[in-house]
Design a protein around this ligand. Structure first.
Ligand SMILES: Nc1nc2c(c(=O)[nH]1)N[C@H]1C(S)=C(S)[C@@H](COP(=O)(O)O)O[C@H]1N2
Ligand SMILES: [Mo]
Length: 207
């Protein structure tokens, strides 16, 4: 029970993780400039420990069977938004298409201009993880990640990498942009996994 700060109706309150507050609208948050999109040279790739590496044009990717996911979003700086509808292709569908090798334990997201994030394959295989190009029925705007972003609803939003260009399957973890700067490898907001000092010794061995 918090004495100060917002009070939410019970239905809403139970959807807001500890230390988070609801915001109006949809904040824009990222490090660095917004990359520009050149459809002729743009490819989305799934590579690394896979049987059949994937390289798709934007038209090919968006022609794949699509999925809609309704999900909440939690930024580690403290803001949350509820009931975002994302449209895209599920990670599971991509993993199946590529044929993930049994040694793969981690997924590294690669973005334009060098941003990366990492997650365990186990976290990525949740059924609400997708690569998305639309939000609430509208094409993503450039500041929110157009033409493509990763969405991992059950982890803090820095894992939902914008301007996504590739997903790499790996046996060993490679810490991403924020993970290398003191943020948690697993980033579950319900466990308040914000900072790397909270990680147990086996965090990068046992997802
Ligand atoms: N490529 C890239 N993706 C990124 C970031 C970034 O700096 N670069 N910031 C992350 C962070 S910290 C958050 S909270 C969300 C914010 O997404 P939004 O701007 O669409 O709200 O994007 C994430 N994805
Ligand atoms: Mo964030």
């Amino acid at each position: 029970m918090t004495l100060f700060g917002p009070r939410y109706p019970e239905e809403i309150a139970k959807r807001i993780p500890p230390g988070q507050r609801l915001v109006k609208g949809w904040p824009v948050l990222h490090y660095g400039p917004i990359p520009r999109f050149d459809e002729r040279e743009w490819r989305f790739e799934v590579f690394g420990l896979v049987e059949r590496p994937i390289s798709l044009t934007y038209a090919e990717l968006t022609a794949m069977p699509t999925t809609d996911v309704v999900a909440d979003m939690h930024c580690v700086t403290g803001w949350s938004t509820l009931d975002n509808t994302w449209t895209g292709v599920s990670f599971r569908a991509l993993a199946e298409k590529a044929g993930v090798r049994p040694e793969a334990k981690w997924v590294i997201a690669h973005c334009d201009l060098g941003y990366t994030s990492d997650l365990s394959l186990q976290a990525m295989m949740e059924d609400d993880v997708l690569v998305a190009w639309a939000h609430d029925g509208e094409e993503l705007t450039p500041e929110h990640g157009f033409p493509l972003r990763l969405v991992v609803p059950q982890r803090y939003a820095w894992k939902s990498a914008k301007w996504l260009r590739g997903l790499e399957l790996a046996e060993h973890n490679v810490r991403g942009f924020w993970e290398a700067r003191g943020y948690h490898v697993h980033a579950d907001p319900w466990r308040e996994e914000r900072y790397s000092y909270q990680e147990g010794p086996g965090a990068e061995l046992e997802p």
